[in-house]
Design a protein around this ligand. Structure first.
Ligand SMILES: C=CC1=C(C)c2cc3[nH]c(cc4nc(cc5[nH]c(cc1n2)c(C)c5CCC(=O)O)C(CCC(=O)O)=C4C)c(C)c3C=C
Ligand SMILES: [Fe+2]
Ligand SMILES: [Fe+2]
Length: 364
């Protein structure tokens, strides 16, 4: 294997530690060409679609990448913001807030960068940037509380692929999952309680997680179990009777059987049963995105109301909620144990960071 030359490496640079906050990624515009690029990268990942390449690639290029980009672009257009895709906006904000939380805890030397598994800024680009700055220790922190080979392992693959091209590697650590972290569960519970303080409690709470093909469960993927445990812990923390809480799986793709029960048919059944108000919350998505803002807040709402349901609430994801950022800082800190943060930033850089934080705070 050919390793790249490393002219940017500075032997005199002081060592420092960084956290890479990695989310799925999102198209860079709500247009069919941008969706085609994004879906081509995403759906070519053998972690995501486990069909033999010889069978899958002709279907992907011959059918899916011809039909889906325009349809998906129209959906993205309904949730797009001035700053871009909601997933990108929240992922960047979370990285900034996490850095601020560390700085407030006297750990201003810890760098935090956002990265995307598909699209930009890519894992490789951000690891290059960290290395050029002198990062010698990097914690890989996926934005997925529940481990799945389709998501978490794919992030790790991208890191290994980058590592395979390096001569001088940083030390690397990986966060595998945090589906039962007490501070994560607490942040979820407070998110719901804040919503209920304003709107009262619903007749049913539906916790909707992204689905995966059902066969991944029998093949040993712990995702299903971890989703159920998150839901159980959250229900217990909220003191909800089990019959008021439903756990479902959304975003099915293709014809195969995915994890059940499916979110939308469950909501239709609740509507038909005459259940008045349903709140849908997505604990597995730590940032609002197409799947929550369009599939849940628009499509699922419509299906529930059409079926006879009266009131539908989509409770926003954790996003940049302070309790969640605090939880994330705790999760990262536990995995950073034994690693020195590195030298404190230069006064000029510290001032610049402060100004940037203030500018963001003023806007928020
Ligand atoms: C094709 C199979 C897919 C698997 C398996 C899958 C697993 C999976 N995905 C997420 C999180 C997100 N997925 C998002 C969008 C999305 N997911 C798929 C397909 C699979 N996901 C597609 C094709 C898309 C793109 C949108 C579309 O065309 O329908 C998103 C939102 C991205 C955004 O830009 O807002 C997230 C987040 C998890 C957690 C997961 C397995 C556990
Ligand atoms: Fe997905
Ligand atoms: Fe979807």
């Amino acid at each position: 294997m050919k390793h790249q030359a490393e002219p940017s490496y500075r032997h005199d640079q002081a060592e420092h530690t960084a956290v890479l906050w990695v989310n799925l990624g999102t198209p860079d515009a709500a247009t069919a060409p941008a969706l085609r690029r994004y879906l081509a990268e995403f759906l070519s990942d053998p972690r995501v679609v486990e069909i033999p390449r010889l069978v899958w690639l002709p279907i992907l290029h011959g059918i899916i990448l011809r039909l889906r980009p325009a349809k998906s672009a129209a959906k993205y257009a309904t949730v797009w913001t001035e700053q871009g895709s909601p997933l990108a906006v929240w992922t960047r904000a979370q990285a900034h807030r996490l850095a601020e939380a560390f700085a407030q805890a006297g750990r201003g030397a810890l760098r935090v960068l956002p990265a995307m598994r598909y699209g930009q800024p890519s894992v490789a680009r951000q690891l290059d940037a960290l290395k050029a700055e002198g990062a010698t220790r990097v914690l890989i922190l996926p934005a997925y509380p529940q481990y799945s080979a389709t998501t978490t392992a794919s992030v790790f693959d991208a890191v290994y692929a980058w590592a395979g091209r390096q001569r001088r590697l940083p030390e690397l650590r990986f966060v595998n999952q945090y589906h039962d972290d007490p501070a994560y569960i607490e942040a979820l519970a407070r998110r719901l309680e804040a919503h209920w303080a304003e709107h009262g409690r619903p007749d049913r709470l539906v916790l909707s997680f992204h689905g995966v093909p059902e066969r991944t469960l029998t093949l040993g993927d712990p995702y299903h179990c971890q989703c159920l445990k998150t839901a159980r812990l959250l229900g217990e923390r909220l003191g909800l009777p089990p019959e008021q809480l439903l756990t479902t799986f959304q975003s099915r793709f293709g014809k195969a059987k995915w994890l059940e029960p499916y979110t939308e048919p469950t909501l239709v059944a609740l509507g038909q049963q005459g259940i008045g108000r349903v709140d849908v919350f997505c604990p597995g998505f730590v940032a609002d995105c197409l799947e929550t803002l369009e599939e849940i807040a628009q499509e699922a709402r419509h299906a529930f109301l059409e079926a006879g349901g009266k009131v539908f609430h989509h409770v926003p994801c954790l996003n940049a909620d302070p309790a969640w950022i605090e939880a994330l800082a705790g999760i990262a800190s536990r995995h950073l144990q034994g690693w020195p943060d590195g030298p404190a930033p230069e006064p000029a850089e510290r001032a610049a960071r402060c100004t940037r934080a203030l500018a963001r705070g003023a806007k928020a």
